[in-house]
Ligand binder design. Sequence first.
Ligand code: SF4
Length: 418
Amino acid sequence: MNMSKKSIAYGKLVRLFQKRPILARRLLSLGTTLERARRKIVAGTKNDFSSWVDLAALSIVASAFSGEEVALVNLFFPSEIMAGFGLKCVSAEGLAGMLAAMHLEDLALARAESIGVSKNTCSFHRAGLGLNLLSMLKNVRAVAVTNMLCDGNVPIFKTIASFYGMKLVVLDVPRSFDEANVDYLSRQLESAVQQLESQLNRRFDWKKFEEQMKIESEIFETLRELYPKLCERPIRMHLYQHVNLLYTIHVRPDLHLLKAVRALEKDLDKTTNQSTKRFLWMHLSPYYDNVLNEIFSKDSPHTVVACELCWDWLDWRIDVRRGFKSIAEKLLLNPLLNDARRRAEFAAKLAKDFRVNGVIHFNQFGCKQSSGSIELVKGIFDELKIPFLSLDGDCVDHTSSASEQFKTRVQAFLEMIE
Ligand code: SF4
């Protein structure tokens, strides 16, 4: 999303109606609809990669308030399944981020804490849960989650599902890729579809599912084809636009993203080799307006050229004919799924491919899966002699005291690299 002063001002207006959720939701719907219309004009006019990505990311959160039928999911739930039911996926992480961009996250965090959720729980989970408990979302028709990477997802999403009187759809994703696990997971996808058919009282539409798979096939084929050029001459993007990209790729790789990748080749032809310092970003980054977006802006001499979570599905070769088995392969091929060493090796490959000058790992408070493997990840970059910064903070809570340290810590790191 875009962390602008406008978002904060609009958040102040919404806050006035915090005790009247229907009015607050209408305001959020109006604000996101207007911003979506603006981004559509920008994307149509510029027709470049990052403008389409910005539109795609905003369109996802906007649908949570607009009345479209949505499925609330985590970042790794396969959106193709929901496409077969005509439901738009929205992730709780993205909604928490949108609140943070508007400086409204405290309302949702406080609501989650009021039912006993500990402050030590990841703020994505607390804010995502709180937003639902505040009755801010309009037309949630399903709640679904995988247990990939994050052990907090299942209990938090179970609480959200029970709030709507629904049964949570859960995918248990094994930690390694082999035929037995592909079969195990594709059988679970079949059960999930049966569960959703009975809950929604509608049939799964294979045609819609296949259309979605075809869109993704073109997206991933194009990204794979352009990857060497992108590594050679990365396009300039703001740090927050990498987050928009990872969010879109995971939650709803739709026609907007397809237009983005179709525009990418043209953008790459215009990109020249620049003498900026290149960085790999690992895990997430704060969604609220913060100094990291200034330091790593599009026009800065320090550019984030790749974000770990934008490239984790690059090895997935979509085979529409294999149906759910192909979706199972997508989840099982994710390099972040296995042990921490595989994650570290994947990050090292990205760093070498994009020829980065440094790596920054953002440690979200309360996130054990990303921060727990820091020593191993750091070790691999030490061996490669690529400078590595482990940066603590909170992606959602803009009042977190760690954000005051960002500037000092990152500048010291950048000076070391100069
Ligand atoms: S930041 Fe970590 S703990 Fe929070 S939702 Fe993501 S994976 Fe889970």
